[in-house]
Design a protein around this ligand. Structure first.
Ligand code: TXA
Ligand code: MG
Length: 311
């Protein structure tokens, strides 16, 4: 049966309580959610996505105070970030409380937690009271979905595991458009594992610079380059002029150049990468934004999308 698409939070709550899968809108991307305390329900997430079972999931909660319910202890870096950034596009990795299921953490001693900022999902989380384990709601190897239609196209049919999403809570297009910033607070100094919707500079400011410098591509475990790659080649350019000259030699290229508005660039990035495949484009040529603010996250996803071509 195809999933229901609805704005009815009560319907979504019923599905979660019955151990089903609900695609939830967040400010970053759509998540594929299940009750984080229900082992069988969380296992269905992996079956629906076609994702390896050792990849850890983020636990989403309604309020900052609930971090203590999932953490064995709350490091001071996590407390500072949570109070400044939540609800918002930030995930903290903290030592896990003993009740947190292995299937959620992929057997790790730590757990990722975040309070998302989207009215429908906040209402669902408030009424549910517990935590929702959710990775991005894309089929494994596709870019993250930023609309309900993306989720439907990726997960509308049952996956190889015979499991599909039961209900899609349609909250419209995601306003941030790239995933949350992940900060590992189990180490001192804390470390940015994945740049995202909260600028790395903001994390450094809040922690008074006590952040291990990021080097190379983001390192959150289970982050493969192919997570961000469309099927066609992705070529990177330093300037719009360079992009035009690369594109001139290609058949039916899609040029992505959003330098005048980086917030909008991030909002549109995944939609454009999907359009490259669906529109039959021969290649994507993307202009790299400066490494500042949301530009860190855009660059990270573009480097991954391009790197995948080499391997
Ligand atoms: O914005 C987001 O973060 C979205 C929305 C739905 O919340 N979620 C998301 O989830 O991007 P996912 O599963 O696609 O990416 C989460 C990343 C994965 O690379 C995972 O390996 C990492 O977070 N992660 C989760 N728990 C972790 C842990 N305990 N230790 C290290 N990495 C962890
Ligand atoms: Mg993902």
């Amino acid at each position: 049966m195809p999933p229901r698409i609805t704005t009815d939070v009560a319907d979504a709550l019923r599905v979660i309580r019955e151990g089903g899968l609900v695609a939830i809108p967040t400010e970053t991307v759509y998540g594929l959610a299940a009750d984080a305390s229900n082992d069988a329900a969380v296992r269905r997430i992996f079956a629906a996505k076609g994702r390896p079972a050792d990849h850890p999931l983020i636990v989403h909660v309604a309020r900052s105070e609930q971090l203590a319910d999932w953490a064995a202890e709350v490091p001071s870096s996590a407390a500072v970030l949570a109070s400044a950034c939540w609800p918002g596009p930030l995930t903290v990795i903290v030592p896990k409380a003993s009740h947190v299921l292995e299937v959620v953490t992929g057997g790790r001693p730590s757990v990722g937690v975040r309070v998302p900022a989207h009215p429908l999902t906040t209402e669902l989380l408030e009424r549910f009271g517990g935590g929702l384990a959710a990775p991005s709601a894309n089929r494994f190897g596709r870019v993250s979905p930023t609309t309900a239609q993306h989720v439907l196209r990726d997960l509308g049919d049952v996956g190889a595991g015979g499991v599909g999403v039961d209900l899609i809570l349609d909250g419209g297009p995601c306003p941030v458009g790239v995933e949350s910033t992940i900060v590992d607070c189990t180490v001192d100094p804390a470390q940015v594992l994945r740049p995202g919707g909260i600028a790395t500079e903001e994390v450094e400011r809040l922690l008074h610079g006590a952040v291990a410098p990021a080097s190379g591509p983001s390192r959150a475990s289970g982050m493969l380059a192919s997570h961000y790659a469309p099927r066609c080649p992705v070529l990177l350019a330093a300037t719009p002029a360079e992009a035009r000259s690369i594109a001139a030699g290609l058949t039916n290229p899609l040029v992505i150049d959003g330098l005048d508005d980086l917030v909008r660039y991030a909002q549109q990035l995944y939609e454009l990468l999907r359009r490259a495949d669906e529109g039959g484009h021969g290649a994507v040529v993307a202009v790299l934004p400066p490494a500042a603010g949301i530009g860190h996250a855009i660059r990270d996803r573009l480097f991954k999308a391009a790197a995948d071509r080499a391997g």
